[in-house]
Design a protein around this ligand. Structure first.
Ligand SMILES: [Zn+2]
Length: 232
C-alpha cells in the first residue's frame, strides 16, 4: 500500500474516531470502544467443509474457500481500524460435529451459538453469489427484512460495493431484504455480503485476484465506518 494511502486512511480514521466518540468512546487511536466494551465485529465466513457453497464457473473455486479468505482479510483490516473481531468459522471445515443428516442445521446452530457468545456490535456474513445468467455482476448486500438498523448498514455497504464495481464497468445493484437465518441470529445490526457472482467469468476473475480482494475488504470497512458516522 502506498504511503499516501496510509496517511489518508489514518486521517479518515482520526476523523472517524472524533465523530463516533459521540456514541462510542475512543480511548486510544488504535481501539474503538462501544460504551465500556471494545467495539466487536463478528465476521461469518459462509459454508465450509462438505458444504462448499457455489463454485466458480471457470476455475471451480469453492465459495467456502473464498469466503474464508475474504473473512480473514476483513478481520485483519477491521482490526487495523481499531475494531475487535471474531470469526464464526476459522478453518476450511464446517461447524458441524458429523456429516450425518442435518449437518447444515447443526452448522447454523453453532454459528448462532458463537454469535451469541461473542455478543458483537455488528455482524458481517461473507458469501458469493450465483445466477443462471453469466451477465449478472457486482456485489450485493442483504439485510433482515423489517430491521431499520440492518437496512441502514446495508445501504452504506452497498454504496461502497457499487463504487468498487463501478470501476470495473459494472452497474450499481440494490441492497435487498431477506429472511436469512444468520441475520436473525445477530443481536445487533447485521448484513450478508454477496461479494460478487461466481457465475460471471469476469467477477470470478476479480474475486480470484488478491489485489481486488484487498480493495473489496477496504470497501466493506469504509461501508462500516460510513454506517457508524451516520449513527454519530
Ligand atoms: Zn453462500
Amino acid at each position: 500500500m502506498k504511503k499516501c494511502v496510509v496517511a489518508l486512511l489514518l486521517a479518515v480514521f482520526t476523523g472517524f474516531c472524533v465523530a463516533v466518540s459521540l456514541c462510542v468512546n475512543v480511548l486510544s487511536s488504535q481501539t474503538v470502544f462501544a460504551g465500556d466494551n471494545v467495539f466487536k465485529i463478528v465476521v461469518d465466513a459462509g459454508h465450509g467443509g462438505i458444504d462448499g457453497g457455489v463454485s466458480g464457473v471457470n476455475t471451480g473455486v469453492k465459495e467456502s474457500d473464498l469466503n474464508l479468505e475474504i473473512a480473514l482479510k476483513l478481520c485483519e483490516r477491521l482490526q487495523s481500524f481499531g475494531f475487535e473481531t471474531a470469526l464464526t468459522r476459522k478453518t476450511k471445515e464446517g461447524l458441524y460435529d458429523t456429516t450425518a443428516k442435518g449437518f447444515k442445521k447443526r452448522d447454523m446452530a453453532k454459528r448462532k451459538e458463537i454469535i451469541e457468545e461473542e455478543s458483537p456490535a455488528l455482524l458481517l456474513s461473507v458469501h458469493q453469489n450465483y445466477y443462471p445468467s453469466s451477465s449478472q455482476r457486482g456485489g450485493q448486500i442483504f439485510y433482515l427484512k423489517g430491521d431499520d438498523a440492518d437496512e441502514k448498514l446495508a445501504a452504506c455497504l452497498q454504496t461502497r460495493l457499487n463504487a468498487l464495481y463501478e470501476k470495473e464497468g459494472v452497474k450499481a445493484r440494490k441492497y435487498m431484504p431477506a429472511e436469512y437465518f444468520i441475520l436473525s441470529c445477530a443481536p445487533c445490526p447485521a448484513a450478508l455480503i454477496e461479494c460478487g457472482f461466481l457465475s460471471s467469468p469476469k467477477d470470478e476473475k476479480l474475486l480470484c485476484s488478491e489485489a481486488f480482494l484487498d480493495r473489496l475488504v477496504s470497501s466493506v470497512c469504509d461501508g462500516v465506518t460510513d454506517y457508524l458516522f451516520s449513527q454519530a
